[in-house]
Design a protein around this ligand. Structure first.
Ligand code: NAP
Length: 303
């Protein structure tokens, strides 16, 4: 299937382009970006022009930051194209509901991707937890924003979500593997004095679940989810890629390179089946934290 990539920046070049190139079922037929491009692929800078001139491309994958994404997604759906959304799927919950209705009305596929759910150990963790009672869970997601979002001021602008941009990956895993629903009961959010979004957040959920998100961690990075159950301890390390049971590694691989190929395989299957997959559960928790959270102001942040 021919596909066009829109928003050729960090994640498009790091993950989407190699994943598409490695998949025999996909052909990167065009890009659309104001400045970015991919060698040997026809490049557009005007999305309306791409849609008008390339009716042969049925699938559009949007790698833009969340705030500008809605407009592009709406244009693509109105033009009868299947659409794949990077995470988080939008800047607001309501706009994604609108996109879902548009996709249904046009009979095309909308896929809200959550790449961390495709990490190697997430499916085995979900299977192991299915018949267990979870007594407590701790998420620790501490990384260096300068390393992963170099110079990307949009993450600190309204709608950029701040530390929830990586934190929502942890919440996408949590909402996938837990055998019971949880809801946020309290949150503390730290906002740099010169920024609009939090740089750190501590969340408390029902069911003994807590989360510690911090974007100021230099040196070793931490992406762990640890659960206490009636049958022992389960830990997901390296962003869901390694599974430990009672401290012993039992599944997974120390690599994140399987996540995007799995997303594109899922998109191909959805398009062929004429289905959509729209799950906003991780984003609901972020919206709740921004609604319920107690705010404090911390030191200014500069890239
Ligand atoms: P990015 O490099 O800052 O942005 C991607 C591209 O989008 C930019 O290069 C820019 O290309 C285009 N763009 C930016 N603002 C725009 C605007 N207002 N209107 C139109 N186009 C605009 O960001 P990224 O790191 O790739 O992240 C993009 C999405 O992927 C985010 O939702 C993020 O959460 C997700 N993601 C990122 C990572 C990561 O490690 N960075 C990992 C997983 C997922 P042009 O200037 O050429 O138009």
């Amino acid at each position: 299937m021919k596909i066009a990539l829109v928003g050729i920046g960090k994640i498009a070049l790091d993950q989407h382009v190699p994943a598409i190139a490695a998949a025999p079922e996909w052909e990167l037929a065009a890009t659309c970006s104001r400045q970015g491009s991919v060698a040997d692929v026809p490049a557009f800078s005007d999305f309306a022009q791409l849609l008008a001139e390339r009716p042969d491309i049925p699938v559009i994958s949007l790698c833009l930051p969340p705030v500008p994404r809605f407009e592009y997604a709406a244009m693509a759906l109105q033009a009868g194209r299947h659409v794949m959304l990077e995470k988080p799927p939008g800047a607001t919950l309501a706009e994604v509901h609108t996109l879902e209705q548009m996709a249904r009305a046009r009979g095309v596929t909308l896929y809200t991707t959550w790449h961390s759910r495709m990490a190697e150990a997430v499916a085995p963790a979900k299977a192991w937890l299915a018949d267990k009672a979870v007594r407590a869970a701790q998420i620790t997601w501490r990384e260096d924003v300068r390393k992963w979002h170099p110079g990307q001021d949009w993450v600190f602008e309204p709608g950029g979500m701040g530390v929830f941009d990586p934190g929502i990956n942890a919440l996408s895993i949590l909402t996938e593997i837990l055998p019971m629903p949880v809801h946020l009961t309290a949150a503390e959010l730290e906002f740099p004095e010169n920024r609009q979004t939090p740089i750190a957040a501590r969340l408390v959920f029902s069911g003994g679940v807590t989360a510690d998100f911090d974007w100021r961690q230099e040196g070793p990075q931490t992406w762990d989810i640890c659960l206490d159950t009636d049958a022992g301890q389960l830990a997901l390390r390296l962003g869901g890629n390694v599974l430990e049971l009672d401290g012993q590694p039992v599944a997974g691989e120390n690599s994140i390179m399987g996540e995007y190929p799995a997303l594109y395989a899922r998109m191909a299957a959805l398009v062929r089946a004429g289905q959509s997959e729209v799950d906003l559960a991780p984003m609901v928790h972020v919206a709740d934290a921004l609604t319920l959270g107690r705010r404090s102001i911390t030191a200014a942040f500069h890239f």
